[in-house]
Write a protein that binds this ligand. Structure first.
Ligand code: MG
Ligand code: MG
Length: 279
């Protein structure tokens, strides 16, 4: 069903370490720049500088028609927001998606940051949305470490969101129109990675599989539309959105989160999973 070439060799996995770290560096730089008064173009500039400093290049700029290093999606925007002179405000929820190509191999990762301040009722709700979305990503990665088939990842993500959302009396929505993906020499490769429960088992989870897992979670309805700029995906009801993503390798020794500086150790610890460096 899936070509055997979706599985990378150990040597190819090693080549994906540096682009993963360059991607992580760009998001660390972006995170530090996400403050009230900065523009999303300011965030874009520091993200690109961090990738170049590590000897890489932005892979988003290789997407036809796209001129920026990051996507910056603010408040009702979920993914694919274009950096602009828009000035960030207290209470804004900001999702930054970034990727580096280095030595011909790709990384892809996203974070969400809520700027302190703003509405005393809404800001904590946005922080909680981001916390649950990030937690669901780690739950999915933890499941990948033990999974037989790739669809177990989406099941773990959705279960986590349902449990955490219910605990708060929240009914979060999970986007189903946009999904994760394999990654390697191209940023987007087979197989598709569903960030929610699907019946099809998907490919075997075994050494050589490298996937970008990326739950997109919104405050209410998962219905979206594309704004007039023809890129930005936003919620139809205007509810806030969060997007977290990591590039994760399955190898002979276990899993390693290529776009986390610690390989995912901190994020996976609550799930009893210890990542193993790629030998
Ligand atoms: Mg991405
Ligand atoms: Mg992606």
């Amino acid at each position: 069903m899936f070509r055997s070439s979706i599985y990378k060799t150990p040597e190819q996995l090693r080549l994906m370490v540096e682009p993963g770290l360059a991607t992580a560096a760009s998001l660390a730089a972006a995170r530090a720049k996400i403050v009230a008064g900065a523009s999303t173009l300011d965030v874009d500039a520091v993200a690109e500088a961090a990738i170049i400093a590590r000897g890489g290049a932005s892979n988003f700029k290789l997407v036809p028609g796209y001129r920026h290093t990051i996507c910056a999606s603010v408040n009702d925007e979920v993914v694919h927001g274009i950096p602009s002179t828009r000035v960030l405000l207290p209470g804004d929820i900001v999702s930054i998606d970034s990727g580096a190509i280095l030595g011909g191999w790709n990384g892809d990762s996203a974070i969400t940051v809520v700027i302190p301040g703003g509405d005393a009722h809404e800001t904590p709700r946005r922080e909680e949305l981001s916390r649950v979305t990030e937690g669901s990503l780690w739950a999915g990665i933890a499941r990948l470490a033990r999974a037989k088939h790739l669809n177990e990842v989406g099941d773990a993500i959705q279960t986590y969101i349902e449990n955490e959302g219910d605990a708060l009396g929240q009914n979060y929505g999970i986007l189903t129109e946009y999904i994760g993906h394999g990654i390697g020499r191209s940023m987007h490769e087979e197989p598709p990675v569903f960030n929610y429960r699907v019946r099809q088992k998907g490919p075997d989870v075994k050494p050589g599989l490298v996937v970008a897992i990326e739950p997109m979670v919104v405050m209410h309805s998962p219905e979206t539309y594309v704004k007039d700029d023809e890129w930005t995906v936003a919620t139809s009801d205007g509810g806030a959105a969060s997007h977290w993503e990591h590039t994760v390798a399955v190898h002979a020794g276990g899993v390693w989160v290529l776009t986390a500086e610690d390989g995912g150790a901190a994020g996976l610890a609550p799930f009893g999973v210890t990542p193993t460096p790629i030998a």
